[in-house]
Structure formats: C-alpha cells, structure tokens
Design a protein around this ligand. Structure first.
Ligand code: AMP
Ligand code: MG
Length: 485
C-alpha cells in the first residue's frame, strides 16, 4: 500500500524510546471508571490523518482505558525552576501515548493529561479536573485561532471519577497534541543526571527532531540555544500582541519547539496594565504581563546553564559563548516587539522613532484603563463611530499623530495589516468562566461551543457576537485563576 492510501488511523513511530533511559519510564495510563466523550476536535483529527478512529477507540484509547496497538506509552522525566526554585518534576499526571506520524511525515506527540499516577507524581493524585481540561482545550484552540504556536487539544473525556481539590469535582482527561513535550526543564534534568556524552547525544536527537537545519553547525548546543531563544522571542511577542498572560512560566513549561504549553492559570488582559496578573499563586507578579519578556530571558539563561558542559570544555569559555546569545535577548526582543506593535498600528514600514507613538498610546491606555483589544479596534474607526473614553481629547490628539504617520501608505494595506494583527475576539475571562462552569457542572456546552466557533476566526468581526467584546465593569478586579492541578 502506498503511503497516501494508508487508512487514517494511528501511525506510531516512538523515537523517544531510544533516548537515554534515564529520561523516561515506560508506563500505561490508569483506567478511569466511566469514560464519557465530552469534546472531540474532528477538524484536528482530520489534519492528523486520524479520520478513521472509531467512536469506541476514541473513548477507550483517549481515556486511557485501552492502550492503542503498536505503541509503548511512557512518562517523561524533567526538572524545572518553579517560581525561581529548582525542582525535579516529570510527567506526574500525563502519559505520552506515543508519536504519531502523518502522511506528510509530520510527527506529533499524543499525550493524555490527567491519566493517573506515575513514577513522577510525588504527592499528587495524577488526575486533573474536568474543568481544568476544558479550560486547556478552549484556550489552546483559541491560541491556535489567533495564529500563535501552541499545543493543540484533540479530545476531553470525563472520567466519572471524583477528584478532590478545593471541592470535589469530576475528573477529566485531555488528549494533548504537541510537536514534542521536550522542555527547557528536560535539558535541566538531562544536565543533572546524564553523562556529558549522553547529554550531547540527546541534544543531537532534539536538533534532528525539531531543527534539522542546524545539524551541520559546528557547535550544536550553542546553535540550539540561539534557535530556541529566537523561537521564544517570537512566541512571547505574539503573547504580548494579544494580551495573553501565561501565568506559570516555569522552565518546565517552556517548550523547546516554541509552542505555548500548559494552560493552567493563564488569562487574557482586558484593561491595559503591564502589571496585570490573575494567577492566585503568583503573589509577587513574577509572571505578570509586562514581565514575560524578562522572564523568558531568565529562562533562556537556565537553558544555557544546562547546555554549558557541551558548549565548551572550559567552563569560562562556555559561559562567554552563552553570554553573547543571552545578552542579545533584550535588543532582539525590542526590535521584534516594535515591529509587532507597528503592525497593530498599520505602520507598513516601521522605524525606531515609531516607538514614541506606541509608548504614548500604551500610557494613554494605562491611564484610562482602556481595554487592550478594543482600543486597537477603535483606532481605525471614524469619530462618529467612537464612544466613551475613545472620544476623549488625549485619544483624539494621539489619533491625529497616528493619522499623520500612516498618511503616506495605501489605506487598504494599512487596514489589512491592522486586521491581521488585531483580533476582534479573545477569550474574555468572564465568558470563559461561565462556559467552563456550564460545561463541567451542568454538561451544558452551548456557550463553550459558541466561544470555540468565534475564536476559530478571531480576526473576523461578527456582529452576532458583538456582546462577546464587552467586558462587565470591574469583573477583573476580583478575578483569580488557579493552577488547576
Ligand atoms: P504544572 O504546574 O501543571 O506545570 O505541573 C508541575 C508539575 O507538577 C509537573 O511535574 C506535573 O506533572 C506535576 N503535577 C501537577 N498536578 C499533578 C497531580 N495532580 N498529580 C501528580 N503530579 C502533578
Ligand atoms: Mg507543566
């Protein structure tokens, strides 16, 4: 049978079983009591060439109750700096079912999250609440709609088991799809437990898997550091573009493949303020909106530390080589950030001087607590379409300057650039919470599915859902997100 006639089901090819044996433990997911399929992403299944999975297979295999044929599931080992403190972690409540390869030869990790205890569970129960898995499904799919690199969500299964948190809730298992689940924290673990030669071999494995174009570089580890840093800068610039706050940017939640991963206490900013933070466990605002770039640089320095032994035999030399990359971070970030902000303003050929126009707008937003997303939508509107704070003198004065700045460009191109970079819709916190509670507690997915639908094309205005753009006054003041562990 030729490759393209192959039927559309699992096509396992588990390369991770061949990496250093310290980096994983072979283990099957634990069965759940009463699996019930609550969400299935048929579109994603089609993209993955999985159209022919039967309903039985979906429920049994994606709940962890039956291991698919021809694969050997495992739990991955990793470490991580959590809020600045180094810990040994690992998949404590997730199992990698295996690596599935599509007809186009794209490789994806298929992971069950909330699948029971593992060797790495420490004191945890290995489970997740249905609410938290619905949250990850909704936000990760929204990020995909926003055109931001992210892990994807294939399914959520309700388990019929009780999970004990602040209250008793039903459990859930999410099927997470990722280019890989290799993290900065995986390298931190490898640096601690592997011999230098094995760390080098693992690095080669990762480069071959994600960045084969680097295989000819003289210094592989250094090339990987630079590449991952560039990917992270691109990712964080995208987060800043849409007001996304990850909430738990620990090094174990930083993907080497450059995808947004681990949707715990994340949330979207409404009123603009760089210190915005929603996560209940982030008391010092370490992972606040405006701190995300600096924290990413810090995380890249942790990545560099893990790679030191294979960057140069002499440690001081290795440090110097890493510093040339890490110290470049602020400048690289700033220039990509400015380009992104200018895109949001429709400035087709941006210059360094445009920064003052951007800064002035951000100061205005901060002063008047204006909505980050809606402000950008209001910039291109005419005076008679504006209302509320957008009629204020300072905003009008800023708009004059902006009008002048774009006057030399073709207006269609300006508007099209703005449309591609300014979403009409983001997952508004109050709607997300209502949708999740309806789904998890009442099995009512109406709002959830409406949100999914709108967030599939967030750059398209849609008057039926205008009310999704309005935030109830002061909702965010008391809004807190939880880790969902
Ligand atoms: P996270 O904050 O979700 O990135 O998780 C940090 C670490 O805690 C990871 O090693 C998880 O596998 C582990 N973990 C989180 N929740 C649980 C749980 N309920 N049971 C076991 N391990 C968990
Ligand atoms: Mg994590």
């Amino acid at each position: 049978m030729s490759e393209n006639n192959r039927i559309n089901k699992w096509n396992w090819d588990n390369t991770y079983l061949k990496v250093d044996e310290n980096l994983f433990r072979i283990l099957n997911p634990f069965p759940v009591n009463e699996p019930r399929l609550v969400l299935y992403n048929q579109e994603l299944a089609n993209e993955l060439d999985l159209n022919d999975l039967t309903q039985d297979q979906i429920i049994l295999e994606l709940s962890g109750n039956q291991v698919p044929e021809h694969t050997t599931p495992l739990a991955q080992a990793y470490a991580g700096h959590q809020f600045g403190h180094f810990n040994i972690l690992g998949d404590g409540r997730a199992i990698l079912l295996g690596e599935h390869v599509t007809k186009d030869n794209d490789r994806f990790d298929i992971q069950l999250k909330g699948s029971g205890r593992t060797y790495f569970s420490r004191n945890g129960d290995g489970r997740a609440t249905l609410y938290a898995m619905l949250r990850e499904y909704l936000i990760s799919e929204a990020m995909h709609g926003l055109k931001i690199p992210t892990t994807r969500s294939l399914a959520v299964i309700a388990t019929g088991d009780e999970v004990y948190r602040e209250k008793v809730s039903e459990g859930g298992v999410l099927t997470r799809i990722a280019k890989s689940h290799i993290r900065v924290g995986t390298f931190q673990y490898a640096a601690k437990y592997l011999k230098k030669e094995d760390l080098q071999n693992y690095t080669e494995y990762v480069i071959d898997r994600h960045y084969p174009e680097l295989l000819n570089e003289d210094n592989l580890a250094l090339a990987l550091l630079k590449k991952v840093q560039d990917q992270q800068i691109d990712l964080i610039v995208n987060w800043m573009r849409v007001g996304f706050i990850h909430g738990v940017m620990n090094t174990d939640n930083v993907s080497i493949a450059g995808e947004t991963i681990d949707y715990g206490p994340c949330a979207f900013m409404n009123a603009y303020h760089p210190e915005t933070v929603f996560s209940s466990i982030d008391r010092d605002g370490r992972y606040a909106y405006g701190n995300q770039p600096a924290i990413t640089q810090w995380n890249m320095a942790r990545f560099a530390s893990a790679l030191l032994p294979i960057i140069h035999e002499v440690e001081e030399e290795a440090v110097k080589l890493c510093e040339t990359i890490i110290y470049q971070f602020p400048e690289d970030y700033e220039s990509k950030w400015l380009k992104m902000m200018c895109d949001k303003l429709g400035i087709l050929e941006h210059q360094i001087e445009d920064k003052s126009l951007v800064d002035e707008l951000l100061s205005w937003m901060q002063k008047y607590k204006s909505d980050y997303t809606n402000t950008f939508l209001n910039i291109s509107k005419s005076l008679d379409e504006l209302e509320g704070i957008y009629l204020n003198e300072e905003f009008q004065a800023w708009k004059l300057k902006w009008n002048q700045r774009i006057s030399n460009f073709e207006i269609e191109s300006v508007l099209s650039l703005m449309n591609r970079n300014n979403p009409s819709f983001i997952p508004r916190n109050h709607l997300v919470e209502e949708a999740l509670l309806n789904g998890a507690e009442k099995n009512d997915f109406k709002l959830f599915n409406e949100l999914l639908l709108v967030l599939k094309n967030p750059y398209q205005s849609n008057s039926t859902f205008n009310h999704f753009q309005v935030v109830p006054a002061d909702f965010d003041l008391g809004y807190q997100t939880f880790c969902g562990t």
